[in-house]
Unconditional design. Structure first.
Length: 274
């Protein structure tokens, strides 16, 4: 008998894939966690019924969350990743020799453990000596630091459950304070098709806090709508300006860096200054 997994991405739409094996499935302190081995996408991490990452397309999301910021800042030495317990963004950040310390703050230790066990190609960065892992609330962590980070990358889950506060104005204000005077941040900001109000609200909030805010896009097949947004907010450097540091990547390149800021008309309307 075949086993199929379906994520309901909206009340009326979902993504379905054939499952070879359920590798783990349990309730953590914070959320329902599963790792499934699928025919089409390889191993996938599912939190509270939502696909967080897959072996097949993870590189797109992780590269695009990390490299726009890392290629725009001339010398990122101390990088903070909020969330990102699968380790994919961490792996990408560690490709830069300038990075002396990468701090990852993940609220759910079980996500890190599952990634290390079942998704080793994604979680490979945890073994790097430059890495500090804090099992803590990212919201609380950024409240406690001032002027410490060159780059902050917000790899949050969906805006429900423990990840909801990571889309708040208060959180973004704390991110601003936690950055150095020339720091910049990037946050994943969901689907332009299904989270249009959230994107508009986040853009407006960040514009009130940061001198420079720009939204960019990438195609992530397993995420709702297949089109995903990220928002860069900077105190100084233009995230659209690529410094063309040497890099090995599968999706990101210098041309993609330039092109991802070219927004379709309906997305431009979402982020238009009102």
């Amino acid at each position: 008998m075949e086993l199929w997994y379906t994520e309901k991405q909206t009340p009326y739409l979902g993504i379905t894939c054939l499952v070879r094996e359920t590798l783990c499935h349990y309730q953590t302190r914070y959320q329902d966690l599963a790792v499934l081995d699928t025919v089409q996408f390889g191993r996938i991490l599912v939190l509270d019924g939502m696909v967080m990452t897959t072996e097949k397309d993870e590189f797109i999301y992780h590269e695009m969350l990390a490299h726009i910021a890392m290629q725009s800042h001339p010398q990122p030495q101390h990088v903070l990743i909020v969330g990102g317990g699968d380790g994919g963004v961490l792996r990408e950040v560690l490709k830069y020799d300038s990075v002396e310390k990468a701090t990852l703050v993940e609220i759910d230790a079980e996500v890190i453990a599952a990634a290390k066990k079942y998704l080793p190609s994604i979680a490979v960065g945890f073994a790097d000596p430059r890495v500090t892992v804090l099992v803590a609330d990212g919201m609380e962590h950024v409240k406690q630091v001032v002027g410490e980070y060159d780059v902050i990358l917000v790899d949050s889950t969906e805006p429900v459950g423990p990840g909801a506060r990571l889309f708040s104005t208060e959180f973004y204000q704390n991110v601003y304070r936690a950055l150095k005077k020339d720091g910049l941040a990037v946050a994943q900001t969901e689907s332009p098709f299904y989270n249009d109000d959230l994107i508009a609200d986040v853009t407006a909030s960040l514009r009130r806090i940061f001198p420079l805010t720009k939204l960019y896009l990438a195609n992530v097949p397993t995420y709702p709508g297949g089109l995903w947004s990220f928002t860069a907010a900077s105190k100084c450097y233009d995230p659209q300006h690529c410094l063309k540091k040497p890099l090995q990547a599968k999706y990101y390149n210098y041309d993609v860096h330039a092109a991802c800021f070219a927004l379709p008309g309906f997305v431009r309307e979402l982020v238009a200054v009102k």
